[in-house]
Write a protein that binds this ligand. Structure first.
Ligand SMILES: C[S@@+](CC[C@H](N)C(=O)[O-])C[C@H]1O[C@@H](n2cnc3c(N)ncnc32)[C@H](O)[C@@H]1O
Length: 209
């Protein structure tokens, strides 16, 4: 997997996002899950699941936008990408920094402040039932199982039939192991991430019949 060389603008944003991420981690360690954004390598591994550049995509737990920018580099049209994030500081950062990685006159992705467990109520109506992939970097492993389940069920409500959730986590075990209605596959890992990161692929069993 080759990762595009970072431009000066991208390097500057990475420095800013590392500092902001660390400050927010000091304030909300469990909500953040880790003290640094995912590495570009892990972001590009997760983003490699974009198959249809004209489709609609959602990222939940967008944070400082490390994965969001990899998704745009993978060819998703910015107007077809919705980014959901709980923390208003990160929403402000995303709105400020995303335009510098877009071409002139390109619209920005939608940035929506809210709880991913309410996803169907947060997204524009034309997303519901039409989304190809929901990408998640929410630290599910630190949340109670009922909350994990609510977040994933909300994601499946907006996916199109057969749509998938790609979840980045810091444990080699799936945080959704208790959900027997899901087809669960670990698709890859990046050891040189802090901590090591794993990419999980989830699909509803019913959509595979
Ligand atoms: C590990 S960080 C991931 C940041 C980023 N996506 C990246 O590429 O590094 C997890 C993010 O999920 C957000 N988050 C946690 N719970 C959430 C929820 N219920 N709804 C939306 N965002 C949430 C946190 O505020 C944090 O920004």
């Amino acid at each position: 997997m080759s990762i595009p060389d970072a431009s000066c603008a991208e390097k500057k944003i990475r420095r800013q996002e590392n500092a902001l991420f660390f400050r927010r981690w000091l304030k909300h360690p469990l909500q953040m899950g880790t003290l640094a954004p995912i590495t570009p390598k892990l972001a590009h591994l997760a983003a490699s699941y974009v198959q249809n550049p004209n489709g609609l995509y959602v990222e939940i737990g967008a944070g400082t936008g490390r994965l969001s920018r990899a998704l745009l580099q993978q060819g998703i049209k910015p107007e077809n990408l919705a980014l959901v994030e709980l923390d208003p500081f990160f929403c402000g950062f995303l709105n400020q920094t995303l335009p510098s990685v877009l071409k002139d006159n390109q619209p920005s992705p939608f940035v929506i402040q809210g709880d991913a467990a309410q996803l169907p109520d947060l997204l524009p109506a034309h997303y519901i039932g039409q989304v190809e992939v929901v990408f998640s970097v929410i630290p599910l492993m630190y949340l109670p199982p009922a909350v994990r389940q609510a977040i994933i069920e909300a994601a499946f409500q907006v996916l199109k039939p057969g749509g998938i959730v790609i979840h980045v986590t810091y444990s080699p075990r799936s945080p959704l192991g208790f959900m027997s209605n899901l087809h669960q596959h670990r698709r890859g890992q990046v050891w040189l991430n802090l901590p090591p990161g794993f990419v999980w692929h989830y699909q509803q069993m019913a959509s595979l019949l």
